[in-house]
Write a protein that binds this ligand. Structure first.
Ligand SMILES: Cc1cc2nc3c(=O)[nH]c(=O)nc-3n(C[C@H](O)[C@H](O)[C@H](O)COP(=O)(O)O)c2cc1C
Length: 230
């Protein structure tokens, strides 16, 4: 049976586009780049609370991400409850123990070696907040029918990138954590089967003695190519 007829699109003037003079454009681009360069993944967190409202603003920013067919196929679960954080830590450490001791191929362990990571994840309890990100593989219409999602993983990746950048911009540190596998998050956080855990973002202030691995980023020429004009 045919569904309701599709409504045609309606259009509005571009709501809030701002053009900057070229020199301001460059200084803005440079300031953003410098700010982005200061972001580092932190693995040692203070238990200081995050000021009221900051997380919500950053999550709103994440929700502005472009998405396939505008289906916004992401869900963010904010976890501050100590008991739930402890349960996530216990489940993650169990998976990670198996990962580091049995599942991970040598090549993967070699790639991780410069980071000094291991199966212990104290930050999952120490940090004041975890944000579990889920990809909605498909949606559910009002009548219960499945709604196909397009580019759900790509879209959720973009939203998560904006979230990480927004948190960094607000002065918070993050750790992108991907226990492998992480299906346990559906149970612990009451998320439906239609959603797949994407990653866990650990959020807070870095501990005073936080250190980070001395690693480098590729220079521009090594990760871009260009076809210039003529
Ligand atoms: C998809 C993804 C998964 C990651 N998973 C983990 C993880 O499980 N544990 C961890 O300690 N770091 C993890 N990281 C953080 C990376 O190790 C880190 O981003 C990388 O070493 C570069 O360091 P930087 O973020 O300080 O520039 C992950 C990063 C990404 C993007």
């Amino acid at each position: 049976m045919a569904g309701p007829p599709h409504q045609g699109p309606t259009f509005i003037p571009l709501p809030d586009y701002r053009e900057y003079p070229p020199d301001e454009m460059l200084s803005r681009a440079r300031a953003f780049r410098e700010q982005a360069e200061r972001r580092r993944t932190v693995r040692s967190f203070s238990d200081r609370e995050i000021p009221e409202g900051v997380l919500e603003e950053c999550l709103r920013a994440a929700g502005t991400a472009p998405s396939g067919a505008n289906l916004q196929p992401w869900h963010f679960v904010v976890v501050r409850d100590p008991a739930r954080k402890a349960a996530i830590r216990a489940a993650a450490e169990e998976e990670e123990r198996l990962f580091y001791r049995e599942r991970a191929p040598k090549e993967w362990l070699d790639a991780l070696a410069p980071l000094g990571t291991d199966e212990n994840k104290p930050f999952l309890e120490a940090a004041p907040c975890l944000i579990a990100v889920f990809v909605q593989r498909y949606g559910t219409a009002a009548g219960g029918a499945r709604v196909k999602h397009y580019y759900a993983v790509e879209s959720t990746g973009l939203a998560t990138g904006i979230l990480i950048t927004a948190l960094h911009n607000a002065g918070l540190a993050t750790l992108t954590h991907t226990p492998s596998p992480m299906d346990f998050l559906n149970d612990l956080l009451d998320r439906p089967e239609s959603e797949r855990p994407f990653l866990v973002l650990v959020v807070g202030y870095p501990s005073e003695d936080a250190v980070v691995p001395d690693i480098s980023r590729k220079p521009l020429e090594r990760f871009t190519t260009e076809f210039g004009a003529g």
